[in-house]
Design a protein around this ligand. Structure first.
Ligand code: ATP
Ligand code: MG
Ligand code: MG
Length: 405
């Protein structure tokens, strides 16, 4: 007998990529009774494949495999932007539902093209200075205009800061260009160094039919350009919160297709905010939503691509106390990163401690082995004050930081 599903029709979502974001999407899908299939080189052994139990084994840059996946499902989505977006656009033209749109993914996967697009929105999305770097001379000339350091960036295939290289002076320019461009094979651009006071992020969700909701503004810390911790709500004034939200909404309004988007911003000392980049998918800065929001970012993404009602992006209120004021919900997240020497016991130090904390929740991605800089899992904590959340975060972070030495 067919199992009864909460959705009128059994829906099947195909996801390009099978990493941890796909895995957590599949966990949300399981709760909703939505079937998922991943397209990933790891197939059923990928973090997502192991959870959803359905996989097309192959590359998410292989047009044949993408088409094979599309034939099986009602909607195609992504958990990574470094896919063959041309095929996605072709599928859409053939009438297949793809969210977000192939055009959006194509734009975002090239960080330089993304910035050019955003710079044409009449100032609605403020950006720092940036320019294309076709050769060393262009880098030297940017250095003369802006001074050093300069953030040199790969246009494509960047993640976790792996496409970023800070250039400290004109002396380093030639070697930095050669290293990051792989001797001229990869295209680069540069950004003026941003002396931000905080890094912020806003998750914006839009359903396939255009309904949008935004999550609270979070603040993030990074180590070597890789996201490390998140605190929610960001401890910044109301004007800065409103500004970050407004910029994020304007940026997402300029893109087509449904889904959840992560918008990364820099808060500047004068109170202004600059957009850093957009992710067309669930985002590391939104992992806290799994334990703190009415609808977490993974379920929200599925609701968007399936065009279901969106639910609430608000944080869940903590238990009501007799005393006023009512406690404000606060959340924090720590990434569990593979230790520098790849040791599993060291990698697990923060996880072992979190097991003894009543308000900590562990999310483990099932990856092996724990290589340096590899995201292995994350820990969410909930509290009723920023001080409480930060105290727990600092205990866990102390253990995690020791593993990076
Ligand atoms: P993600 O994993 O978020 O996709 P990414 O590899 O695309 O990261 P970016 O978001 O461009 O990289 O940069 C990573 C981090 O590097 C930022 O979060 C910030 O800490 C730092 N960074 C990036 N651009 C600049 C800049 N122009 N000035 C100063 N720091 C920067
Ligand atoms: Mg990025
Ligand atoms: Mg980033």
């Amino acid at each position: 007998m067919e199992p009864i599903n909460i959705l009128a029709n059994q829906r099947h979502v195909g996801c390009l990529g099978g990493g941890q974001l796909g895995r957590m999407m599949a966990q949300a899908a399981s709760r909703l009774g939505v079937i998922m299939t991943t397209l990933d080189p790891g197939g059923l052994d990928s973090p997502m494949g192991a959870v959803c139990g359905k996989a097309v084994t192959g590359s998410f840059t292989d047009p044949v495999k993408i088409r094979e996946l599309a034939k099986l499902v009602d909607v195609v989505t992504v958990e990574i932007e470094h896919v063959d977006a041309v095929v996605l656009a072709e599928l859409e033209a053939e009438g297949i539902a793809v969210h977000p749109s192939g055009k959006t993914i194509m734009l975002i996967q090239d960080k330089y093209a993304q910035k050019i697009h955003l710079s044409k929105l009449g100032g609605a999305v403020p950006l720092g200075d940036f320019c294309e770097i076709p050769d060393v001379a262009a880098l030297l000339s940017a250095g003369e205009r802006w001074g050093y350091p300069i953030m040199l960036k790969a246009k494509k295939n960047a993640y976790d800061g792996r496409g970023n290289l800070p250039v400290g002076s004109a002396v380093e320019a030639a070697s930095a260009f050669a290293t990051l461009s792989n001797n001229g094979k990869e295209e680069l651009y540069a950004e003026r160094w941003c002396l931000f006071t905080k890094e912020l992020a806003v998750m914006v969700a839009r359903s396939a039919s255009g309904v949008t909701v935004s999550y609270p503004v979070v603040e993030m810390t990074a180590i070597d350009s890789q996201l490390h911790t998140v605190l929610v709500p960001a401890s910044i004034d109301e004007a800065a919160l409103a500004l970050a939200s407004k910029i994020a909404s304007a940026a997402i309004a300029s893109l087509s297709g449904g889904g959840i988007f992560g918008v990364e911003l820099f808060l500047m000392p004068d109170g202004s905010a600059l957009l850093n980049e957009i992710a067309p998918r669930p985002h590391n800065s939104g992992h806290y939503t799994m334990d703190s929001c009415h609808t977490d970012q993974f379920e929200m993404h599925l609701r968007c691509v399936l065009d279901l009602p969106l639910g609430s992006a608000e944080m869940k209120a903590r238990a009501r106390r007799r005393t006023l004021p009512r406690p404000v919900p606060v959340a924090a997240m720590l990434n569990v990163i593979g230790s520098a020497d790849g040791s599993l016991p060291k990698t697990l130090a923060s996880v072992q401690r979190a097991l003894t904390m009543p308000s900590a929740s562990i999310h483990w991605y099932g990856k092996s082995p724990p290589k340096a800089k590899r995201k292995m899992g994350h820990i969410n904590v909930t509290a009723t004050s920023s001080a409480g959340a930060l105290a727990m975060l600092s205990t866990l972070q102390g253990l995690a930081d020791q593993t990076q030495a």
